[in-house]
Design a protein. Sequence first.
Length: 800
Amino acid sequence: MVRTSRKTSDFRESLLQHLTYTMGKDPEHAQFFDWRMALSHAIRDRIVDHWVASTRETYEIDGKRVYYLSMEFLIGRLLEDGIVNLGMYQEVQEALASFDMDMRTILDDEPDAALGNGGLGRLAACFLDSLSTIGCPAMGYGIRYENGLFKQSFVDGRQVESPETWLQEPHPWEFERPEVRFTLGFGGDVIFENGRTFWRPSELIQAEAFDTPIIGWQGRWSNTLRLWAGRAVDPFDLGLFNSGDFAAAAEHEALARTISRVLYPEDSNEAGKELRLKQEFFFSAASIRDILRRFDSAHDDIRLLPQKVAIQLNDTHPAIAGPELCRILHDERGLSFEEALEITHGCMNYTNHTLLPEALERWDERLFGRLLPRHLQIIDRIDDAHYKAHPNRPLSARSDGQVKMGELSFIVANKVNGVSALHTDLMKQTVFKDLHALHPDRIVNETNGVTPRRWLHSCNHGLSDLITDTIGDEWVADLEQLQKLEPAIEDKAWLDRFRAVKAANKKALVDYVATAHGIKLNENAMFDIQIKRMHEYKRQHLNILEAIAHWQEIKDNPNGDWTPRVKIFAGKAAQGYHFAKDIIRLINDVSKLVNADAATRDYLQVIFLPNYNVSLAERLIPAADLSEQISTAGKEASGTGNMKFALNGALTVGTLDGANVEIREHVGEDNFFLFGMLADEVMQRRMMHDHAQQAIHADPRLARALNALRDGTFSPEDPGRYAHIADNLTWSDYFLVCSDFTDYWRAQREVDAAYRQPEKWAKMAALNVARSGWFSSDRTIRGYMCDIWGAESLIPQKSK
Ligand SMILES: CCc1ccc([C@H](C)CC(=O)N[C@@H]2O[C@H](CO)[C@@H](O)[C@H](O)[C@H]2O)cc1
């Protein structure tokens, strides 16, 4: 690929250069794809300069490096992120306009990198943006899935999944690193020879690195995201090919690629599948090898490792990295086991993201022992060492025929953290109660955050410009400056501009939904949005039950003084999670009936948008009036969507769960619609065997709504379709939908009343914006740097 000059100062020229020499097209014949690729390369050129400089500086300063190991990075699109972080939005817009190209059209041509399921994966992506913006030398390690999270479409209201083949077209944001390959093993046996123990794996595979630069705000620093792809040790067997067995000849390559072929779509139910464990070991072991190779290249005393390396385990999925580091230090480098474990302990840290029992990884020891025989032995020795240190409290990672990755991560880790204040407290009181008693200083809290670059500055230009006009633009990298907006909120003219911004965002969403789905939404209605993975603890079924009861009330009194609402849902259900899929179908069936109901549709519309992903969230959140954060208290570890909505001027109707608690503390209880039982009340209520029947008996609205599920109102062609949902809610209702219904209804009516006072509502919404600065992932990362990693920023910090 010959290029005369790599980068001209004039961006338009650089764009044209790449269209011509990188894409081999002239403006007259170029497709959107060609323009996007040319634009991506022109932006990438400018990012690479910062990347190379940051990488060189990291080596020179040789400070502590952070390694963030995650099975998921829910990145979304990267082009606009690069343009915005380089501060080139205007310049790019003009350059494209000079070729009569619309920037939005080009940006929307990019596929999402959907390498994650939900909260955990998106948090990892926000963290990468903040690590670079702060200038903390760090590297993300993960898997380069050829297929991201499945595409969702609806057939007769049912979720249908199809492969997400984001890599079928060239991906301009990655650099293949053929020189960075590690050979890894599985299976085999453990042999003991002249005093040393060796693992002799029976199956070998290679991990090849693909690097993506992660540029920070104003391009002051750029870190690397290194994703591993499976490759065969010997990809092609010529002998088999010549014998005509063509498939067998290429089998090794196909088998090797299987390991990085697809993301497991479960987001809170451990599959326990062998391939999943192989994926976890594959990327963890390759990352440990790469970390040691880099350390060895600049240091010759491995005992220094904890001073130079901090590893963060994003949940238990990479937990095997602990025993793997131990194995290498002991088996290969000859350190005593005690010393190997001490060094490992000094480097490793673990973040827990869920208390759901079904989401805690517990591997069958036979499967584990067959795949990783030496690691099982190492884990036993880790348990022995822990037992020796705490003989009176036998707590082990391996027990009852299982390898418990939560316990293993806790025992190996230096610091363990939860992701919201409530969640961290519940960790100490429940899943890690015994271990916390043994290690009272190990658990710390680091409440989640979101990057204000993508989730305000980039996705909500109207609000971003209004804020910058009012307080300058330093807020983008110092979000707590939003507080400076508070005086302006008292100014009617300012509030009118704030309201106009929200109205414009709602109009834009109405146009998008009309174009993409042919549905005309009432833009003057309240936009009430619940977008997140489908799960019973997130209670999308409580939301739709309230909508049904509301619809029934409007039908009773169509001329009543109702507050018009549009209820918007979006979210994927794991393939095997049938109850969640049935809730999707119910919402689509309710939507079909209610939206066609002439008597009520001016007051209530319901819509379920397909294929929820990062890019759709960037469209929906700026247009939201109401944010639904209605999980059963004690179940949502934190939530991060809740933060994005508050930051974009939506009011929250929510329970005291996860980070809702801290959002309400920051924005003020008058600016938050609270309902529902507290976490400890939930435990109490669940003790009652008939808690749901009692609730139904006490609330005729609830009873009537449930009857509509049973009598086929929403499925006349198949009346019994939703009886099982009504039965579940009546006879088990583990997530207390019925017991919280009445209070939820009460809160929603308060929401209606508040929305009918536009000034009051706008003030409450603007105060949510002004007081959400603390929920920046920059604040969260500074917490990790200080409390857990002991890492420093390598770029001069702006003086306060
Ligand atoms: C093994 C299957 C599996 C896969 C993913 C997970 C994740 C931990 C689930 C997840 O995404 N948890 C969410 O993490 C967010 C970031 O901390 C929190 O804000 C959410 O509350 C939490 O549900 C559990 C189990």
